[in-house]
Design a protein around this ligand. Structure first.
Ligand SMILES: [Zn+2]
Ligand SMILES: [Zn+2]
Length: 153
């Protein structure tokens, strides 16, 4: 069975899929955050828009986010900390031949029983992996033989 995109270790069908297909409502801010990461992996911009609080994206913003989601290789999601309405996470991805780390402390709000993303504080972290260490994407290969090959010199 397919592992969930959000790297929870659960099956997709038992993790983010029911939430993304709007069959279930995410019970916690963390579950919503995980589903939003999975939506980035799947390029499901409509879901991202629908779970953002009080902000309607312009066509340009939608296009930008679609482009970013579709053209990134989403490697890993690491949950640093979480509370009732906050999730701090690190998302690792490769975009335009560069290794990126998005480290954010996000705030969420429950509106009519539905969790929504409000905004976040973004940290500027540097990221570098050892070439001989196990790749962050969980492939089981060394970084140099895996995601490093997607990075332009
Ligand atoms: Zn998931
Ligand atoms: Zn990899």
């Amino acid at each position: 069975m397919e592992q969930c995109y959000c790297k929870s270790g659960l099956k997709f069908s038992e993790c983010c899929e029911p939430v993304l297909r709007v069959l279930e409502v995410p019970e916690t801010a963390l579950a919503l955050m995980r589903s939003r990461y999975s939506a980035y992996c799947l390029g499901d911009v409509n879901y991202l828009q629908a779970t953002t609080h009080d902000h309607t994206w312009t066509d340009e913003e939608l296009k930008f986010i679609q482009d970013w989601a579709d053209n990134s290789f989403w490697q890993h999601l690491e949950i640093v900390d979480s509370s009732y309405d906050m999730v701090e996470f690190k998302a690792y991805y490769i975009f335009e031949g560069k290794q990126h780390l998005h480290h954010e402390k996000s705030t969420f709000l429950k509106v009519n029983d539905m969790w929504k993303y409000v905004d976040g504080e973004i940290y500027e972290d540097k990221v570098e992996f050892l070439r001989n260490s196990a790749c962050i994407c969980g492939s089981g290969q060394k970084y140099k033989r895996c995601c490093a090959t997607k990075i332009s010199k």
